[in-house]
Design a protein around this ligand. Structure first.
Ligand code: GLY
Length: 281
């Protein structure tokens, strides 16, 4: 069994017109990640591929199109985890790396550390020959307009490969108008993402809330009830502590879950036996 689930952010759309193209991109990310898995690629390869599709699409709050901070700049966070080795790569507060998920992966695979921030992370990116861009590259007209929006979202993917390995990957511009230097849940293993041999998960929503619940790891607490019930319980707990977010999750049997207490969560998934990806809100 190979399978992938992706999300393009929880919250609400800024306009009705945004909804269909966002769902289309979720389906595209799921389909392209699935193709990687069918061609024998690893869960890491597939999750990174899917997240890069979102990072390169200006409609989403990751990579190009990210929200601006209170100084009018873009600061990016990303994280990745391999469920078999429990290796982590995470990055925060970067301003010039075109695809932050590639930097998270490079940290996981080629660095002695788990988590790099700011200038040190960008120096490492240069050594890894990753593409560097001016900060203006990330700033789209649409996101400038939404500078004062209260909506926070993120993108992510969880994949299961033919060897039964699970990987989770996440990327975000954080919340709109955030303080310079603010770090959300996304690059924090356990909160924004988590993977082990049983399941993987990625969160989206208000990072300050997600961290209080350690939301992605929280699924572990009731995993014996199945991935759907465990994911529902994690979001139920978040609601009890007045948090707002969504979660996607996938287990080693290829079962998917997507649960949120926001107005909507853009998502898509594809697994063996399906003719094409399913996408929705
Ligand atoms: N969930 C993304 C953030 O709060 O930064």
């Amino acid at each position: 069994m190979v399978a992938i689930i992706v999300h393009g952010g929880a919250g609400k759309a800024n306009s009705k017109e945004e909804i269909p193209p966002r769902i289309e991109t979720c389906k595209k990310a799921a389909a392209e990640g699935y193709k990687v898995l069918k061609d024998g690629g690893s869960a890491i390869d597939a999750a990174v591929k899917a997240v890069m599709i979102f990072e390169n699409d200006p409609l989403f709050n990751a990579g190009i199109g990210s929200y601006l901070n209170e100084k009018g700049e873009v600061e990016l966070d990303a994280g990745i985890m391999d469920g078999k080795s429990l290796k982590i790569g995470a990055v925060s507060g970067i301003k010039h790396v075109k695809n932050p998920i590639l930097l998270a992966r490079a940290i996981m695979e080629n660095s002695k550390h788990n988590f790099l921030i700011g200038e040190g992370a960008e120096e490492f990116a240069i050594k890894q020959n990753l593409e560097i861009v001016p900060n203006d590259y990330f700033i789209t007209k649409q996101k400038k307009k939404n500078f004062l929006s209260k909506f926070g979202d993120t993108v992510g993917a969880v994949a299961l490969d033919k060897n039964g390995r699970i990987a989770s990957a996440v990327s975000t511009g954080g919340t709109p108008n955030k303080a310079e230097g603010r770090v959300g849940d996304s690059p924090l293993a356990g909160s924004g993402f988590y993977a082990n041999e049983t399941y993987g998960a990625v969160a989206t929503g208000i990072g300050e809330d997600i961290m209080r619940a350690v939301l992605s790891f929280r699924i572990s607490l009731e995993i014996e009830k199945g991935i759907e019930k465990a994911t529902e319980s994690a979001i139920k707990y978040l609601t009890e502590i007045n948090g707002k977010a969504g979660l996607i999750a996938l287990n080693s049997d290829g079962n998917v879950a997507f649960v949120y207490n926001t107005e909507m969560m853009f998502h898509g998934y594809m697994k063996e036996g399906m003719e094409g990806p399913i996408g929705g809100i």
